[in-house]
Write a protein that binds this ligand. Structure first.
Ligand SMILES: [Zn+2]
Length: 77
């Protein structure tokens, strides 16, 4: 029997930040404040989180910037 397991990423948008220039790819994009969490799964059932990032999400390249907890808190308000 094959056992399917591995990690899957989940992106959760927290707040829309509006138009801004991405510092990673240089495009002007609709950026959003987001949390990206990686889950370990077996048969695609998430079991536990293996990593979590607080990021500014760029729809063009993915991650514009990883944020510290303080930066995330500031931008959320
Ligand atoms: Zn970008």
């Amino acid at each position: 029997m094959m056992v399917y397991y591995g990690t899957r990423k989940k992106l959760k948008t927290v707040k829309q930040l509006g138009r801004m220039r991405c510092t990673n790819c240089g495009h002007e994009v609709d950026a959003s404040l987001a949390k990206e969490t990686g889950y370990f799964h077996i048969f695609f059932i998430p079991l536990f989180p293996v990593f979590g990032y607080k990021i500014i999400f760029c729809p063009c390249c993915g991650i514009m910037k990883k944020l510290t907890n303080e930066e995330f808190k500031e931008m959320k308000e």
